[in-house]
Every structure is written in structure tokens, then in C-alpha cells.
Design a protein around this ligand. Structure first.
Ligand SMILES: [Zn+2]
Length: 401
């Protein structure tokens, strides 16, 4: 039987510690091993929420069967179980080059791909519509799938479409992606609306009313503040990191993180190298600009074929980079120093990022991140808030159960 990547990583970590022991640093070696053991236990005990993964793109575009170990990408159901990350938010990600009703069609294709997975493997995965669903499903050992839409252009400027997505089980939505919508400015496009339009404010209010979490990852700073001014519920940044450490517009400034904390919201730290390491900023900015510019001007099947190739070409191979697992810890730490431990979580962006940090190459490595937090002095209770409790709290507050 093949060893899982997690077992491999523990072996590497323990071997590394033993090497130190052999050169006369016995105490840190024992502690290092202890942190990994404790982290593994924490991941076995808690649920593990990740507020953004793009794995459905591999299901739809790559026709991959993620109920088995795929040996590709960052996530499959066995690796989620091994890692103790049982409640991922599966993104129905629609590129912005899908416009109007085409974006609705693409969203439904992704929802359908999710349904096929749910129908084929009811023993492994179940749709979660609330925090209590997440807890009930995770207890059975299954993956609790939360559905999120990326991004707001998928409602085709129509609140009826938004409400029907909610009926289909969608429980959060980013307001924009790399381009502005017709009602909200993006962080990676030219300002067009000075933040949210009046209709954008209506979208936020309607999401509050029906119990759908407003996700401000990808929006411009002005859209973020406009959203906070109108929302009556906590919001999330499902896959962003800290701009003070890595200066890209997709990350949040310290002031934004403080405002998010006051709102009761949570930022899920994005593991893309361009989000985590200042050394990767230039490459990240070029990448955002290139992604935002993609617009084939197609419709129908030709557009779907383009989207499939576009995803596979962009995300099937990881690019070399200088980020490490320590950078992910630094971003978590930065949020905690600003607003405390109740407002940070994990928003990996697995299968939607083209470069991953050393030591955090896929979801199976997650316990090593927790081990690093413990080593840095975080309590087990704090680690569980970051892994699970904070996002479940927001789900409860917005969805109502
Ligand atoms: Zn995104």
C-alpha cells in the first residue's frame, strides 16, 4: 500500500528531528515530534473547515474522480479525510469571460458536477446547508460539502437567480472575481462604480436576508468598506491574505482586517505563493493581470472547451516559487496580532493556485501547519478555532443554524 503524503511528511519531519538529535539537539527533536503528534490528534478531533477550494474545476474540466486518490492536484476525498479537513467550501468558479446568462449556465454545470459526485458517493460526501449539517455529517466520517459561488457575475444581475442558487444549496458568494461585475468593483480591475452600486447594496442585503454569506475576497478596498456599511451580518474573506506582509491588491490591509474583526467576520488565509511571500509579488501581479485579461469572446460549447483548456493549462502544473509553510504561519500570526484569534481561518484556494509553498504542497500537509502553530505557542483551543470554530460561528450567524 502506498503511504499517503501526510505519512510521508510526518516521516520527513520526524527524520529531520532525529537528525538534529544525532547532532546533539535532543530536546528540540522530541518537541518537534510532539508538535506533529499533537497536531495529528487535533485534526482527528476537529472538523477542519476550508473556506475555498477549486477542486470542482478538476472534476468538471479534468473529468477526475476525486472519490479516489488522484495523485494529481491538491485535494481529493481520501486526502481530505486523512488531513482531517472535512468541511471544504467547494467553489462553483465561473471565469469572468462567461457573461450574463452564459455565467448562469456555467454555474449550473458546476452544480451538476457536484451533484454527480454527491449521488455517486453518498458514503463519502454529503451536501451541508448549515453549521449543524457540517457537524452532523462530519461525525459520520463523511466530507461535508459547503457550496460557494465565485463570483457575483454568476447571478446575471438578477436577485431571482441569486435566490435560486440558495435553493440549490449555495451558502456563500464572492461579489467579484478578477474583473468588476456590473455592480461591484474588483481589486484587480479599473474602478468603475466607486465600490458597490445601489444594486450591489441590494445584493448584499438579499444575501443577508436569505442566509448566504457575503464573501469579500477579490473585491476592491472601496467595495469592501461599502459592503461593511450595508451588511447586517458578519462577512468573510474566503481566500485572501495580509497585504502588510505581501503587497498585492488581493490581500487585505491591516485597516481592512481590523474592520473585518469589528464586523465579526473571518479571513481565510490563501496558500498561493503570490499571496504569502513578498518575494513572489511581481509574479503574482503579472498573473492577476494576465488572468483578468483573458476574454476569448466565445459562447456555448466553444466557450466551455476554451474554459476547460484554460483551467488545465493554468493549474495542472505548479510553478517553482520561494514561499514556505512558515509564510502561511506568519500571515495567520499577523491577523491574530491585529484582531485576535477569532477572526482567522484557512482558505487555501487549493486547485485554484498555480504555486504552493514548500511544506504545504497539498491538503495532506495541513497537520504540519497546525504543528507549526503549536510550536509558535498557539494553544490547542486556538488551533481548533482557526481550523474550524471561526467559520462555523459565521455560518451559524448568517445561516441561522
Ligand atoms: Zn479566487
Amino acid at each position: 500500500m502506498m503511504r499517503s503524503a501526510f505519512v510521508e511528511s510526518v516521516v520527513v519531519s520526524v527524520t529531520f528531528s532525529l537528525c538534529w538529535a544525532m547532532v546533539g539537539r535532543g530536546a528540540p527533536a522530541v518537541e518537534g515530534q510532539d508538535f506533529v503528534e499533537r497536531a495529528r490528534r487535533i485534526h482527528a478531533e476537529t472538523i477542519g473547515v476550508d473556506s475555498h477550494i477549486d477542486t470542482l474545476q478538476r472534476v468538471l474540466n479534468g473529468k477526475e474522480n476525486i472519490s479516489r486518490r488522484t495523485g494529481r492536484g491538491h485535494v481529493d476525498l481520501p486526502r481530505l479525510r486523512d488531513a482531517g479537513m472535512r468541511a471544504p467550501f467547494f467553489a462553483l468558479y465561473v471565469p469572468t469571460y462567461y457573461k450574463g446568462s452564459e455565467a448562469v449556465r456555467r454555474t449550473l454545470q458546476l452544480r451538476d458536477a457536484m451533484q454527480s459526485l454527491l449521488d455517486a458517493h453518498p458514503d463519502q460526501i454529503e451536501l451541508a446547508l448549515s453549521a449543524s449539517d457540517v457537524e452532523r455529517i462530519a461525525k459520520t466520517g463523511k466530507i461535508a460539502a459547503v457550496l460557494t459561488i465565485e463570483s457575483g457575475h454568476a447571478i446575471a444581475d438578477n436577485l431571482a437567480v441569486l435566490r435560486m442558487y440558495h435553493l440549490l444549496g449555495v451558502r456563500s458568494m464572492t461579489l467579484t472575481h478578477f474583473r468588476n461585475t456590473n455592480w461591484a468593483d474588483s481589486s484587480t480591475d479599473k474602478p468603475e462604480h466607486n465600490g458597490l452600486t445601489d444594486f450591489g447594496r441590494e445584493v448584499v442585503r438579499e444575501m443577508n436576508r436569505i442566509g448566504m454569506i457575503v464573501d469579500i475576497s477579490h473585491v476592491s478596498d472601496k467595495t469592501f468598506y461599502d459592503t461593511l456599511a450595508v451588511t447586517s451580518k458578519p462577512v468573510i474573506a474566503s481566500h485572501s491574505s495580509c497585504r502588510a506582509l505581501t503587497d498585492v491588491p488581493r490581500n487585505m490591509t491591516d485597516d481592512m482586517i481590523k474592520a473585518l474583526g469589528k464586523n465579526g467576520g473571518v479571513i481565510g488565509i490563501n496558500f498561493g505563493a503570490g499571496f504569502l511571500s513578498q518575494k513572489e509579488v511581481e509574479a503574482a501581479r503579472r498573473n492577476f493581470a494576465a488572468r483578468a485579461a483573458v476574454d476569448p469572446g466565445l459562447t456555448g460549447r466553444a466557450l466551455d472547451e476554451f474554459a476547460t483548456k484554460d483551467y488545465l493549462d493554468t493549474y495542472s502544473m505548479m510553478k517553482p516559487n520561494l514561499a514556505t509553510i512558515r509564510d502561511a504561519v506568519a500571515h495567520i500570526d499577523h491577523v491574530v496580532k491585529l484582531v485576535g484569534v477569532d477572526h482567522v481561518g484557512i482558505g487555501s484556494d487549493w486547485d485554484g493556485i498555480s504555486s504552493v509553498p514548500a511544506g504545504l504542497e497539498d491538503v495532506s500537509q495541513m497537520p504540519l501547519l497546525t504543528a507549526a502553530l503549536l510550536e509558535r505557542g498557539y494553544s490547542e483551543q486556538d488551533a481548533k478555532k482557526i481550523l474550524t470554530g471561526n467559520f462555523l460561528r459565521v455560518m451559524r450567524q448568517v445561516i441561522g443554524r
